[in-house]
Design a protein around this ligand. Sequence first.
Ligand SMILES: C[S@@+](CC[C@H](N)C(=O)[O-])C[C@H]1O[C@@H](n2cnc3c(N)ncnc32)[C@H](O)[C@@H]1O
Length: 255
Amino acid sequence: MADHFHEANRRRWDAGSASWATRADARGTWKKCHLNPALALHSAELKWLGDIADKRVAVLGSGDNQVVFALSGLGAKVTSVDISERQIEVARGRAEALGLKVEFVQADVADLSSLGGATFDVVYTGGHVAVWVSDLRRYYEEAARILKPDGLLIVSEYHPFRRVWKHSAGSLELGFNYFDRGPHRFEVAPDVLCAAPGELEQFEFHWTVADYISAILSSGCRLIHAEEFGDTGEWWEGAPVAGLPASLLLVGRRC
Ligand SMILES: C[S@@+](CC[C@H](N)C(=O)[O-])C[C@H]1O[C@@H](n2cnc3c(N)ncnc32)[C@H](O)[C@@H]1O
């Protein structure tokens, strides 16, 4: 049965997809990632991906698909998974425009039953996906299930230390207790980055660093690497978070 929170978030992303696409078109990065993977992937991630030419890679919660296009440009056979049909439609059109062969699958990361077990050499996921997912353990169990033995699970998420602050230009003030995972319910406008309230409902989940580690450890993977990177702030973060880690990279190997 579909998760009530995920259904709301799917509707939220279907409604937000057009404005999200317009912003991405204005930046234009998606048009270049297949030629310059470093635009989408940090050097720490690229190191773990290694030579992925001809390997089967699943990207879960693929969003604007910059990582998908980067991996495809590196020669990987990529399956792009997202819960939002609208997001997939946009990405499919972009892949066609770039001449990239990508398999697109509309699915919830907590239920990848449309994908066979032990199919992929690498599963990459992250960049603001876990925040939409109500059951982190189930999500990574599914990721581990579709991995071949010894396959890599690469989780590269927005760092939990950045998710707890009030909107404020000048100083950091806690808006959420670090341990309050939610669900945090918001009434939002279609534009994902619009701070003003609207008529759509979305649910967010604030997982802690230990939650990520525990979920990987219980997924059927061994944790083989942990790293934090990035220390600059972006305008959309709404608080002066420069100096805090931006990303949490965790690498698991399928047992
Ligand atoms: C902020 S975007 C980020 C994704 C990607 N990392 C990127 O940089 O574009 C979040 C994406 O996760 C997708 N998503 C949210 N909940 C999901 C779920 N339960 N299963 C699969 N995809 C989900 C949304 O549809 C959206 O495309």
